[in-house]
Design a protein around this ligand. Sequence first.
Ligand code: NAP
Length: 279
Amino acid sequence: MTILDGKALSEQLIDSVKEKAEKLKPKLAVILVGENPASMAYVRNKKKACERSGIEYVEYNFSTSITQEEILKKIDELNKDETVNGLIVQLPLPDHIYVPDVIRAVTPEKDVDGFHAYNIGKMFLSPEFEDLPPATPLGIVKLLDHYNIPIQGKEVVVVGHSNIVGKPISMMMLNRNATVTTCHIYTKDLSAHTKRADILIVAVGKENLITADMVKDGVIVVDVGMNRNSKGKLCGDVDYPNVSKKASYITPVPGGVGPMTVAALILNTIRATERQRNI
Ligand code: NAP
């Protein structure tokens, strides 16, 4: 069994853009609303990755009392600011803010999270049009590619159909000629699907959702989930100690998909900057 070491690859990828960053001098702007500890930790990691790669990082902090109008005004200002190349609004947002309007407001050229309908829509065409794919799916593809894991012709089962992970990773796998099954809360017999998987990608947010009896020998497992167990320890959606005994490759949590998401954000920021300058 091989551990898919997202932490090591993430560091390599972040270091690999240093030269480009020095030439391009890109800037990433991050909007953070409130003090959600998980969001603050994610944003801290993004800041660290920017510092390591040489991307300028600027953060705008707002209290949870910010109105929808105020947040849209800030986005508009940053869209127009020519010194800003990438712009992300850290999710989740307070309930009174309508997230689809916020996502729509970020100009697609600076949408380095890859959440805008324009960037998502382009992914439906072919891999060549995956200009700014959502960061987590891009990180997963980079991780599989790094370990020379073939995707073409494989049975890929994705559990979870969110707009930011499940749906776009399903499309990216289809773009690479896998046979893709996307499961969700209404899937009748989850384990009938997961047992068929050559590559199993799980993005749900439920500790121990995937147990060893639900996978076949030699399965490749990508665990996107981020949960806290009863002891407060970070864990994924997969029963790692038991599933890893049957897997040929598996991502750990932490140290798998999480750091790859940050690396993908850095890659997207460089890509966005290059496209803005017609490089
Ligand atoms: P989400 O929007 O909550 O989506 C969860 C998905 O799982 C939904 O499609 C849901 O279906 C489905 N689901 C729920 N219970 C299920 C069950 N028992 N069986 C099968 N499917 C089920 O979550 P997300 O944003 O995609 O995130 C998923 C997890 O990944 C979370 O733990 C999150 O923290 C983590 N995450 C990690 C990273 C990273 O960088 N490592 C990045 C993003 C997310 P319905 O919608 O029909 O209920």
